[in-house]
Ligand binder design. Sequence first.
Ligand SMILES: [Zn+2]
Length: 117
Amino acid sequence: MEANRRSKISIISMILTMGAFILFLIATVINHSYSQIIMFGGLALLLASWAIFFFGYKQPQIPIERVLTIIGCKNCDYKEERQFMEGDYIFKELGPCKKCSGLSYIMGIYSVTIKKE
Ligand SMILES: [Zn+2]
């Protein structure tokens, strides 16, 4: 699966790079006021191909760790999950609940490892 996905990414980024060079060629061959726009298009394609290559090809090997904070309410069953923020700790009070305006607090903090495929 992984190898298949990688070869797809390489093919896509290769096609984009080729497309960029074709656009560059067209831009240099035709002496038109559009040639600058075509040149920019080629540049954008080139950048896109690099971005696809780097983000799609290299990142999946590094698992991403995310720390989440669970917010609950002392008054009702309201629950929310959000990205951990500095200063978060368990049982920290967070002010009025979004649902019932009771007191909301941090119920738990946990980390998850996301493996991108
Ligand atoms: Zn509540």
